[in-house]
Design a protein around this ligand. Structure first.
Ligand code: MN
Length: 310
């Protein structure tokens, strides 16, 4: 175990061989600066990681046995001091410095996705520029965005950097967006989603009829893909423990079908993913193990697909 893993809880409670020997990296991002309603998402990453020993290391769908592979290394969180912009810059710099391995980030508020995606794919310095993003340096990246909220506002409560503007900021840098389970947005955001280039939005209210089309869209993806899972994209009957829950979300098995289709049935390269906006359950067991299961399922399907493709 290297010094970076000292004091950091590891996935499944399994010992880590360190960053260099890992197949996948888990990055906790306990950031909470612009949350509007239910608070506590800063505790999300730790709650998820600490619940993973309650999950079997064997996955019956993919036959992955986590005690053998993939080897997972859980990193310490990057510094989260100052305002949200400082946090995003710290996340971006941290992600940019990591070796190229599959990266699963755990939030934290949804804003963190910006720092991760910028660190993985963006030109250095674009986030640091106070004028905001001006370059379309993310044009070869597709973001699969599962969420109740479109997160396409230009500003939320006056904030340029916010959990409610994060997809707008990334889209402005040239990303293609494939949004699923959206069921809360302003008229302005609806306009952006309807008329903006490079945005496809599958609204929750039409998902039963459009489900085959949404899966076909996932299958048809090529190039580099980033999956951002806001846990409020799932129905609150599954994960009520989030800042702004809304009814009518994805079922567990619909969520699994999205992950399975993206990892095993598309030619796209899933480079990284995140699970954000989870708030630790106030009472044990609550749904900490549900969020942990979501994280481990994602890793199991990613590894299963990678092993199959060699
Ligand atoms: Mn969100």
């Amino acid at each position: 175990m290297d010094s970076m893993s000292a004091g950091v809880s590891q996935f499944f409670g399994l010992p880590s061989l360190g960053v260099e020997h890992a197949d996948a990296l888990v990055l906790p991002l306990p950031v909470e600066r612009t949350v509007c309603y239910g608070k506590g998402t800063a505790g999300g990453p730790q709650a998820i990681i600490q619940a993973t020993p309650q999950i079997e290391t064997f996955d019956e769908e993919t036959l992955v046995e986590f005690s053998q592979s993939p080897r997972i290394h859980t990193l310490p969180p990057p510094p989260a001091e100052g305002d949200i912009k400082d946090c995003l810059v710290a996340i971006e710099d941290c992600v940019r410095s990591l070796p190229r391995k599959f990266l699963l980030s755990l939030g934290g508020e949804h804003t963190v996705t910006y720092g991760v995606v910028a660190g993985l794919f963006g030109q250095r310095g674009t986030t640091h520029d106070d004028a905001g993003p001006t370059r379309e340096d993310l044009a070869d990246v597709t973001l699969v965005h599962v969420d109740a909220h479109a997160d396409l506002a230009n500003r939320l409560h006056g904030r340029y950097w916010s959990h409610g503007t994060v997809m707008r900021r990334l889209w402005e840098r040239g990303c293609r967006l494939l949004q699923i389970a959206i069921r809360s947005l302003t008229r302005e955001e609806h306009q952006v989603a309807s008329t903006g280039p490079r945005i496809t939005t599958y609204y929750a209210h039409r998902l039963s009829e459009q489900w085959p089309e949404a899966l076909a869209a996932l299958r048809g993806l090529t190039g580099k893909v980033y999956l951002s899972l806001d846990v409020d994209g799932l129905d609150p009957s599954i994960i009520p423990s989030t800042g702004t829950p809304l009814p009518g979300g994805l079922s567990w098995w619909q969520t699994m079908e999205i992950i399975r289709t993206l990892t095993t049935e598309s030619r796209a390269e899933l480079v990284a993913a995140d699970i954000v906006e989870f708030v630790p359950s106030p009472v044990i067991p609550g749904c900490d193990p549900v969020a942990a299961r979501l994280a481990t399922k994602l890793l199991a399907w990613w590894w299963s697909a990678r092993s199959r493709n060699g």
